[in-house]
Each structure stands twice: as C-alpha cells, then as structure tokens.
Design a protein around this ligand. Structure first.
Ligand SMILES: [Zn+2]
Length: 273
C-alpha cells in the first residue's frame, strides 16, 4: 500500500467524490481546489465545497485493463474509463465494478451509457492494512441498482415521537445457487463497510434527509474487516453524517455491533431510546 497519509488523503477525496465550485465563474472541479485557475487570485480561499457522490454520469471512453500492477491484480481484468458528469461538466476516471468480462471486449457496448457511482474497495489489502476505499467505481444506471436522485428536504413539522422516515437495503449483485437455496455473494471489492455505505446512501435518498440530521449510526456485522477499529465511523464519514462542529469535524454517535443475524435489528430499540 502507499503510505498511510497518502492513503487517507486519497480516501478523503474519493470516498465522497469531493470537489469545489468557484463562486465567481461557477466552474466546478473534481477534487477540492483552493482557487479557481480561471479566476485566479480573486477566488483564493472563496471556493465552495461540493460532492458528486449522488451524481449520475455518462461513460465517455473505456478500455480493458488485463495486466494491472500488483495490488489491482485480484480485480483483473477490469474496465476502466472516463466518466463525465453532465450537470457539473467534469470528467473523472473510474472503474466498472460488479462486472465479469466473459466475452471479447467491445468498448462500444459500454461507451455512452449512464452510470452510477458505487462505494468499493480500491484494491486488495493485507489483513493488517487500512481498507483502501473509493467511490471512483461505477455500475450502469439501467442495471441492478438503478439511479435514484438524492433530493433532501426539510421536515414539514417536528415530532417528539420516534418513527421510521425511510429505509433501504443493499445486497450484492452476484448469487450462488445450491439446491433450492440462493445466496448473495459479495463481489471482489465488497465487504461489510462498502455494503453499509451503499445501504446508508440509499436510506438517505429514500428518507430525503440531509446527513447532518443523523445523530446516531449503528452498523451491525458478523464480518468486520477490522479487529478493533469501528466501521460505523467510516460510514458516517463517507455519508457526511452528524452535526457540523467546524474544521471538518462532525458530531455523530457511531457504533458497531456484532451478533449473528440481529446485530443491527436489536439496535432499533436502542435507537428510539
Ligand atoms: Zn472561477
């Protein structure tokens, strides 16, 4: 793996697809910028933060990578391409996931199609390493989990009573069948962190809630990739949950739980307490 500070920086930017908007000319950028190259000095320190995590893109060009460098070998062969986000007029490089190339590669079968960003592992990590993650992966918008726009709204009226305002689920795309049983199996770049982020992202979309309205997050799993480090904090970071306390710090109660098949559901009771 690259050095830990580099790894954290890469994750910080690509997990949420962070970018900047120039308040003077309106130009958007992928990756945060301190100033706008078009507007120069007068934009210094005025750039606004943005995120393309919930955007829909179009795959402009792509190629098949069949002999990648070492750490990407487990994913090989995979399709890599340039995705354009039309409303922001930006282009970003990304990898097609949930895809096994069994037929001869023809780029024209993929180019021009709409895509949705997915949160996945960037490459295979050793057990002692930080799990490298990214949202620079995509699936096609007309397959499996289709694109749903994220339009957060303010609640109409306050309520003291607990209740469910939205829910969502995420299951991996691939299946194994044995007898009458069907099980979902994660793709090579999935784990409980990536599944929790995908489910949480869909839940925010369904509930039409801003992340800063969320005060607690519980992640239940029987297959935590870490021995000690919590994954709920990672989910909170990627989905930008919790109250903004300034200087990039968010206030949110993030907890992992572990109990076969009821790790998360038993927390429903706790959540209303
Ligand atoms: Zn500008």
């Amino acid at each position: 793996m690259s050095s830990e500070p580099i790894e954290r920086r890469v994750s910080y930017i690509s997990d949420r697809l962070r970018g900047s908007i120039c308040p003077i000319c309106g130009k958007r950028y992928y990756k945060p910028r301190y100033y706008c190259p078009k507007c120069g000095r007068k934009s210094v320190g005025k750039m606004e933060e943005t995120s393309y995590l919930y955007s829909k893109g179009v795959l402009e060009v792509c190629t098949l990578i069949d002999d990648p460098t070492n750490k990407f070998k487990t994913l090989s062969p995979y399709i890599y391409g340039i995705v354009r986000i039309p409303e922001a007029d930006i282009r970003i490089p990304a990898r097609l996931t949930d895809h096994i190339q069994n037929t001869p590669f023809k780029p024209e079968e993929y180019e021009g199609r709409e895509v949705v960003f997915r949160f996945r592992r960037r490459y295979a990590a050793e057990p002692h390493e930080i799990v490298p993650t990214t949202s620079l992966t995509f699936t096609f918008a007309d397959e499996y989990y289709p694109y749903i726009p994220y339009e957060p709204k303010e609640p109409k009226e306050p309520s003291e009573k607990p209740g469910i305002v939205g829910y969502a689920l995420y299951t991996s795309r691939f299946r194994i069948r044995e007898g009458g049983m069907e099980r979902s199996v994660p793709f090579l770049d999935e784990d409980s962190i990536t599944a929790a982020v995908e489910a949480g992202k869909l839940a925010l979309i369904q509930a039409a809630l801003h992340g800063w309205k969320i005060k607690k997050i519980y992640v239940g799993t029987e297959s935590n990739p870490y021995a000690v480090k919590p994954i709920a904090s990672k989910v909170a970071q990627v989905l930008d949950l919790g109250e903004n306390l300034g200087d990039g710090v968010r206030g949110v109660d993030a907890i992992d739980t572990e109990f076969a098949c009821k790790a998360a559901t038993s927390m429903f009771k706790d959540a209303v307490a």
